[in-house]
Write a protein that binds this ligand. Structure first.
Ligand code: PLP
Length: 366
């Protein structure tokens, strides 16, 4: 370990690597009893047998390099979304696509703007790409697009809108987004991170899969990690105007989308209806859990994603420890809040029980 004023010994690497904030993955609490993994917004469901079989079959070709550019996946996505293939870029998770975007805009002096708090990897990838981050505070847990448009300057190269926002679950409506796009110069790239879009039920939200046709400077990112339940294989995709995608494709790390991941993703698209029944179950559970928490006296934002946000402020860490005692992993943002994923009904029951006791404790101790 080294502090900032102490030069680490060993080979000379970029100083940013000593100051970069660490991404800390959510870990399972050390428990002997049942464990409920509600810290990473994963799908709680096991992969369908068809996907496991496709992965096993793909393993027979592991001596060969993967299909370059994921052609089969691209053409399946193209048919599904009625989008031409040249508008689609696939990658090893949306995080890999994000890194490619940061590198693609990362000239000296470039700035990237995003709301804060939002996805924890945005600042990490910005720092790594040598891009300055401009963070615009959320208002009532949602994007403040007016302020973002006002703060935009000559150096702004990219603006990320996480919709729904991780960790608050709030959404940007289409009218608001439209107004925002009209204020931007066409050389600023807008990235809609729609990692949770499949869980949105608010009719005021229009997907980037519609908007990219109208705005050549807008790209939308989707992932197989959440609704499709494939966080472990790492597949994501980006859709945008060919003027952008043609150049972005050159920034992709060759062969990073592996054979197994491609097979899993193509099969998941074939099983779309079945997987989306699970998404519907999660959406129903989200309503059920939120209503129970609100009834327990907790403040819970109205979420359009597969998680809920509890703005617990200074009590966040303590609440996280209570959850861990009951074998529940949640995501704690110290002094801000706690994000909890919607799991299967038994995970959710366990979490609701903690919340109920938490309320009782507060009223008893008051
Ligand atoms: C989970 C998540 C992703 C998904 O990343 P992958 O690399 O595709 O697993 C992207 N953006 C946000 C905001 C997320 O929460």
């Amino acid at each position: 370990m080294s502090t900032e004023d102490e030069r680490p010994s060993g080979p000379r690497l970029r100083p940013v690597l000593d100051t970069l904030r660490h991404f800390e993955p959510s870990v399972a609490p050390c428990e002997t009893g049942p464990v409920h993994l509600l810290g990473s917004n994963e799908s709680p469901y096991d992969p369908p047998a068809e996907i496991v079989a496709a992965v096993a079959e793909a393993a027979l070709r592991l001596n060969r390099y993967p299909d370059y550019g994921g052609q089969r996946l691209v053409s399946t996505l193209s048919r599904m979304h009625a989008v031409s293939e040249d508008r689609i870029v696939v990658g090893a998770g949306s995080v890999a696509l994000l890194q490619m975007l940061f590198q693609s805009v990362g000239e000296p002096g470039a700035e990237v703007m995003y709301a804060w708090r939002s996805f924890e990897l945005y600042p990490v990838l910005a720092d790594l790409a040598g891009v300055h981050s401009v963070r615009v505070p959320l208002t009532d847990g949602g994007h403040d697009l007016r302020t973002m448009a006002e703060l935009m300057g000559d150096r702004t190269r990219m603006i990320i809108v996480c919709n729904p926002n991780n960790p608050t679950g709030t959404v940007v409506g289409s009218a608001e987004l439209e107004e925002f796009m009209l204020r931007l110069p066409p050389d600023v790239l807008v990235v809609l991170d729609e990692a949770y879009f499949e869980y949105v039920r608010d009719p005021n939200v229009v997907s980037g899969l519609v908007l990219h046709r109208r705005w050549p400077n807008l790209v939308v990112m989707r992932t197989f990690s959440k609704a499709y339940g494939l966080a472990g294989v790492r597949v994501g995709y980006l859709v945008g105007d060919p003027v952008v995608t043609r150049r972005l494709r050159r920034a992709c790390l060759a062969y990073s989308l592996n054979t197994v991941a491609q097979a899993a993703a193509v099969t998941a698209l074939e099983l779309h209806d079945r997987l989306f029944d699970r998404v519907e179950e999660t959406v129903m559970e989200r309503t059920r859990v939120r209503e129970a928490l609100v009834a327990s006296g907790l403040t819970v934002a109205d979420s359009q994603a597969n998680f809920l946000w509890l703005p617990l402020g200074e009590e966040s860490a303590l609440f996280g420890r209570r959850c861990a005692e009951d074998g529940i992993a949640v995501r704690v943002f110290p002094n801000e809040g706690v994000r909890v994923s919607i799991g299967d009904p038994s995970d959710n029951e366990a979490f609701m029980a903690v919340c109920k006791h938490w309320r009782d404790r507060s009223t008893a101790g008051a």
